[in-house]
Design a protein around this ligand. Structure first.
Ligand SMILES: NC(=O)C1=CN([C@@H]2O[C@H](COP(=O)(O)OP(=O)(O)OC[C@H]3O[C@@H](n4cnc5c(N)ncnc54)[C@H](OP(=O)(O)O)[C@@H]3O)[C@@H](O)[C@H]2O)C=CC1
Ligand SMILES: Nc1nc2c(ncn2[C@@H]2O[C@H](COP(=O)(O)O)[C@@H](O)[C@H]2O)c(=O)[nH]1
Length: 330
């Protein structure tokens, strides 16, 4: 068992990365692309696989425009038509599954229909579980060509066990999400120290990690890359767009969109094992502008890191400046 007591706990707001001598003439020369599975994507960012963040139209747009996506699993009967639709359009299919018995039938049905989604994500709250390990083994046996991500987890032990079971990537983050109340309801998770948890997991990971939850500023993407993330999953910051599934709400002349947790009462339709809430996020226009700005900011990060691509960010020094980073206005 690791000794977590001696671990330095810090989060995104406690860290600043230290610049190196720049070697590129323009930020436009910085390459933000990332390989994940057999494909290369424009930026290491993926919208959360939540019903309030992604839908069919957005998945199509993301796949067509060089971005990674993961469709949510909350309309299970639509997954097979979704895979067929994406493949008919010549696009990759990336779906989520759970671990209940019916999900084994779903995998069997994919095999029966010879449907091979390029990416599968096992999406459960407590990913370090014998039932997740069982599902990983089943999927890798039945659909060995699909790139399989498993999560969510919080510890190096979990990374090792899920990788050893056959996962091609693991997803780190239990409780740091904006719509999350896991930390309050259960007392568990990486809320408040997600970045340190990511660093700890990256020390043992031999396959890609996805940092999931807690991103509040574009600079947090570069910080995630510095501490070991290949991909960064984002919910609340990508839920307020015209393309986002939530309803538009106007209050006192300001426009918002609804964002709800996947373990919220709204999602579950019942108040049972609720670990999420519904909230409003500011309306932000088109997602393509937000993703473009994320790419530009990441290009600046690469320049400050003194390199030409994302690898340069992984090597920079950093300082911990606890409770000292303000946005200039506070
Ligand atoms: N990243 C995060 O911090 C969190 C994310 N979520 C998201 O909410 C959605 C619903 O999650 P989840 O409740 O796992 O989905 P499910 O309702 O599909 O539950 C997964 C399965 O695991 C069982 N289970 C056993 N222990 C736990 C546990 N501690 N937490 C959850 N399930 C457990 C459940 O049984 P039973 O219901 O009978 O216990 C169920 O069979 C997912 O999309 C998940 O990613 C939810 C919470 C935290
Ligand atoms: N504890 C809970 N976590 C949830 C729930 N629904 C989603 N999530 C996780 O949050 C991230 C997104 O985080 P954000 O900080 O970018 O908003 C998402 O990918 C899930 O891992 C929930 O109901 N409870």
């Amino acid at each position: 068992m690791s000794n977590y007591f001696s671990m330095e706990a810090f989060d995104y707001d406690d860290i600043q990365l230290i610049p190196n001598k720049g070697i590129i003439k323009s930020r436009r020369d910085a390459d933000t692309s990332v390989k994940f599975g057999s494909r290369t994507f424009k930026i290491p960012v993926v919208p959360a696989n939540m019903e309030s963040v992604i839908n069919d139209d957005l998945a199509i747009w993301l796949a067509e425009n060089g971005y990674y996506y993961v469709m949510h699993r909350f309309e299970p009967e639509k997954r097979i038509p979704f895979i067929k639709m994406m493949h008919k359009k010549g696009l990759f299919a990336s779906i989520s599954v759970g671990i209940k018995d019916s999900e084994y039938d779903f995998i069997d049905e994919l095999v029966k229909q010879n449907l091979k989604p390029e990416y599968i994500t096992i999406d459960v709250a407590h990913g370090h579980s014998v039932y997740v390990i069982k599902m990983i083994k089943y999927i890798k046996e039945k659909l060995p060509e699909s790139f399989l991500t498993a999560g969510n987890i919080a510890t190096p032990e979990a990374v090792r066990e899920l990788e050893n079971a056959g996962a091609d990537a693991t997803k780190v983050g239990v409780g740091p999400g904006r719509a999350c109340i896991t930390k309050l309801k259960t007392g568990f998770g990486t809320g408040g120290w997600q970045l340190a948890a990511l660093r700890m997991c990256s020390k043992v990971a031999s396959k890609p990690l996805i940092a999931d939850g807690g991103i509040r500023h574009n600079g947090d993407i570069a910080k995630s890359v510095r501490f070991g993330a290949t991909m960064v999953m984002i919910g609340s910051m990508l839920a307020g767009h015209k393309e986002s599934p939530g309803n538009v709400i106007k209050i006192d002349g300001k426009t918002y969109k609804q964002y709800w947790g996947s373990a919220s009462e709204v999602q579950k339709g019942a108040y049972r094992n609720v670990e999420g809430k519904q909230m409003l996020v500011p309306y932000r226009g088109s997602i393509k502008d937000t993703l473009r700005e994320m790419q530009e900011d990441l290009q600046s990060s690469i320049s400050y890191a003194g390199g030409r691509d994302l690898n340069s960010i992984k090597l920079v020094d950093y300082v911990i400046v606890k409770d000292n980073i303000f946005d200039g206005d506070k």
